[in-house]
Design a protein around this ligand. Structure first.
Ligand code: BJ8
Length: 388
């Protein structure tokens, strides 16, 4: 197991802004407590195996225009900002989670990410899972099961431990409970009018991503959900609702202020996220009964059902979208496309036609992490919301 730099802070630590300093110090504390730390990127990651290895999983998806610019030192400028910021933060010791992670567990999703991981592998041990190109392809599940099994072996070798089937079953049960708590919290958005902003939904979920005590996290989310349901009954029920927006497309953590917050400041409510910042995989627990006989198969089947545009074909996304439009009583759909994300950009044609076919207004915003296009975004969102 690599022990390099483990308890040192970056050399220019003192120049970091306060929030980043705090994140570095809490990760350092975790490390000093002897916790194993595995960095992850994607919804396809089998978190249960990390949990079964008694390690914490930390999300390494990059945000911040400063990190994206640092990424451009090695990567092409015309690349997805999420890829550039993830690499820029990691390679320049700007990401506390990468800095203190023992290893990285990533998947071959889009071309930008998978080639970036090759460079990242020069900085730290990266285990790259090969994702089949389509979920329905011949042999896709069998292939993916071998990839999942390999993760287990690599974690065992890397940490010098044994991960038993019972460890995995325990992790599946715990993660399913966590999934349910997060899903219930997201589903507050179904209430009309919603008692919570989409911005707050995202901020609460993001903040809780770094709560590594899962029992504590579950407790917190259950309490917050109950409070919001009570708030709805006492203060919101029966009141008029603003236009209700569903967000779809690329992950939106990096454009939270630029797009999500602005939609709400311009007069609409974001009630749901049909992207990886929403209930996409939370709605679909791991089959605990199947896990009793074959935990690796149960994990593999679950993650292969993720509806991402990197899969071809990807019909499950449209079905999930229709369900969300109905359940969340959506008035309009805003698709967020990160610059140079080809899979979501091309799939947006089918999404637009599908949503319009349901009689629901649709618009898309293509953007990156820089603040330069804020005025255009505001104009476009403003006109869309006005029309609703
Ligand atoms: S399961 S959405 S987290 S791959 S990095 S594909 S934005 S060009 S993030 Fe994703 Fe997993 Fe799918 Fe979800 Fe496009 Fe950028 Fe690639 Fe991206």
């Amino acid at each position: 197991m690599a022990e390099e730099r483990v308890l040192d802070l970056p050399e220019d630590f003192e120049t970091f802004p306060e929030a980043r300093k705090k994140a570095f110090l809490s990760m350092k504390e975790l490390k000093e407590q002897g916790r194993r730390i595995v960095g992850v990127f994607c919804t396809y990651t089998p978190w249960e195996l990390i949990e079964a290895a008694d390690a914490v999983a930390v999300n390494l998806c990059g945000i911040g225009d400063d990190n994206a610019q640092l990424g451009e030192r090695d990567l092409p400028q015309n690349l997805c900002p999420l890829v550039k910021a993830s690499y820029g933060g990691a390679a320049n010791d700007r990401c506390p989670f990468f800095y203190f992670a023992d290893m990285v567990l990533a998947e071959t999703t889009c071309d930008g990410k998978k080639k970036m991981y090759e460079l990242m592998g020069q900085l730290k041990h990266c285990h790259i899972m090969q994702l089949p190109p389509g979920r329905y392809g011949r042999g896709a599940l069998e292939f993916w099961m071998k990839e999942v099994e390999d993760v287990r072996s690599d974690l065992e070798d890397f940490y010098g431990i044994t991960i038993t089937d019972d460890d995995i079953r325990r992790a599946i049960r715990l993660r399913n409970r966590e999934r349910k708590a997060i899903l219930d919290f997201y589903e507050i958005g179904k209430l009309k009018p919603t008692p919570i902003t989409g911005y707050e939904i995202n901020t609460v979920i993001n903040a809780n991503d770094f709560q590594f005590d899962l029992e504590e996290k579950i407790r917190y989310l259950e309490n917050r959900t109950a409070e919001l349901r009570q708030k709805y009954e006492e203060e919101c029920k029966g009141k008029p609702s603003r236009p209700r927006i569903l967000i779809t497309g690329c992950p939106t953590q990096g454009v939270l202020d630029k797009v999500i917050k602005r939609v709400e400041e311009l007069g609409a409510d974001i009630v749901g996220f049909e992207n990886c910042c929403g209930p996409r995989e939370k709605k679909d627990p791991i089959d605990e009964e199947l896990a009793e006989t074959d935990p690796i198969r149960a994990i593999s089947e679950k993650y292969l059902r993720v509806n991402c545009s990197v899969m071809s074909p990807n019909p499950g996304r449209l079905e999930a979208m229709q369900q969300m439009i109905e359940d969340y009583q959506v008035d309009g759909v805003v698709e967020v496309l990160l610059t140079a994300c080809h899979t979501f950009a091309i799939e947006s044609v089918s999404v637009r036609n599908f949503v319009k076919g349901l009689g629901i207004p649709y618009t898309s915003i293509t953007t990156d992490y820089s603040p330069s296009d804020q005025a255009q975004i505001d104009t476009r969102l403003g006109a869309f919301i006005e029309m609703l």
